[in-house]
Design a protein around this ligand. Structure first.
Ligand SMILES: [Mn+2]
Length: 371
């Protein structure tokens, strides 16, 4: 039995064409891999509004694969975290072939002779797992499907407040073999704890900084028969592979130097940049003319945006020092610095650039300017 596990695709009206094209690729992969199920662990949609507006398209896409696989969806914080009673509203919507794990606080469901899913939708209230009455396991595999952060795992998700709901050790008594999770946008597989867990990572580049390929996880459940042949005891075997989503594109940060006068260097964009990619121009330097820099950056941004999905500009490494070079001390410093810089070679040039930054910063502080 093979299934596809995905999360955090964040389908949105803002980027409808792009995000739906990734969803289509996911469905195609599931078909090619011979998956019987797609398990979506939250944040399929970017918001409740996006869910309402895009569900018809999603329904139609899924319909064309209904002879290949079935779809199971456990809601995440982006779908139900902000709308009161969203889980109840969700159950009343026509979601076509999508089967919902939206019963609060959990549902147990057998999806295959050897697999049952314990699904826990995202909830605004804290989960009181200690009091849950869950029937004994009846299949070879019991898989937890949920959306949230596992405490102790480095949080590299959405920059939102932590969703500290999934203390897996409190789920241990429910005979769970593996946890299929969503919420962290970085792919992660951890088999060292009480319950092994897998995050496929975000299905598309949702936020600046999501570097590396986006992917889904393909789970192969070899089953008890295979295990007994190997003489294994304990948790049944699961093999997990990643399949890269090519249509998701990639996130690319490009350093761009800025001169003291405020002119920006032409960014070095790799040749193989694609239409689905997101470029972030990361401006670096000290500049006297903030307006000029911002204007030039905007011009470059608009130009580049014709060729890729999105271009953003990061100014956080810029230092604005208006009028610093008119200070007599700065003038002497800069003229001496230029002589040195002309003579310098290799690594020395880097050190001098750094020295200039610190020199000018100190002079700016002496002038009583911004630190
Ligand atoms: Mn998410």
């Amino acid at each position: 039995m093979t299934f596809l596990h995905m999360a955090d695709l964040h389908l949105s009206m803002n980027e409808k064409e792009y995000s739906l094209s990734v969803f289509q690729e996911v469905l195609q992969i599931a078909k090619e891999e011979g998956c019987r199920w797609i398990l979506i662990c939250g944040d399929l949609f970017d918001s409740w509004e996006d869910l309402l507006q895009l569900r018809e398209e999603v329904r139609n896409l899924i319909r064309s694969y209904e002879s290949n696989f079935q779809t199971f969806f456990v809601p995440g914080n982006h779908e139900v975290g902000k709308t009161p009673k969203a889980l109840d509203l969700l159950k009343k919507l026509d979601l076509g072939g999508i089967q919902l794990g939206a019963d609060y606080p959990f549902t147990v469901r057998k999806i295959d002779p050897v697999v049952e899913i314990l699904s826990v939708p995202y909830s605004q209230e804290p989960l009181s797992v200690e009091s849950w009455q869950i029937p004994p396991k009846q299949s070879t595999y019991r898989i937890l499907a949920a959306h949230g952060t596992v405490p102790g795992v480095v949080y590299q998700g959405e920059g939102e407040e932590e969703l500290g709901a999934l203390d897996l050790s409190s789920f241990q008594r429910f005979e769970i073999d593996y946890a299929a999770l969503g919420h962290l946008h970085v792919p992660l597989e951890d088999r060292s704890g009480t319950i092994p867990f897998i995050y496929p990572g975000s299905g598309r580049v949702w936020r600046a900084g999501e570097e590396g390929p986006r992917s889904v996880a393909i789970w192969e459940l070899t089953g008890a028969e295979e295990d007994s042949k190997r003489g294994r005891a304990g948790s049944p075997l699961v093999k997990v592979r990643r399949k890269v989503l090519l249509s998701a594109g990639k996130f690319l940060a490009v350093d761009v130097e800025v001169t003291l006068e405020g002119n920006i260097q032409e960014p070095k964009i790799p040749e193989d940049v694609g239409r689905a990619d997101w470029i972030q121009l990361s401006l670096v330097g000290i500049t006297e003319d903030e307006r000029k820099t911002r204007e030039q950056a905007e011009k470059v941004r608009t130009q580049l945006e014709k060729h890729v999905r999105k271009v953003t500009v990061d100014f956080s490494r810029m230092e604005w020092m208006e009028g610093v070079s008119s200070h007599p001390l700065a003038q002497r410093f800069l003229s001496e610095w230029e002589t040195q810089y002309r003579k310098a070679e290799g690594e020395e040039k880097n050190i001098l650039r750094y020295a200039r930054l610190h020199g000018l910063r100190t002079i700016q502080e002496l002038r009583g300017g911004r630190k």
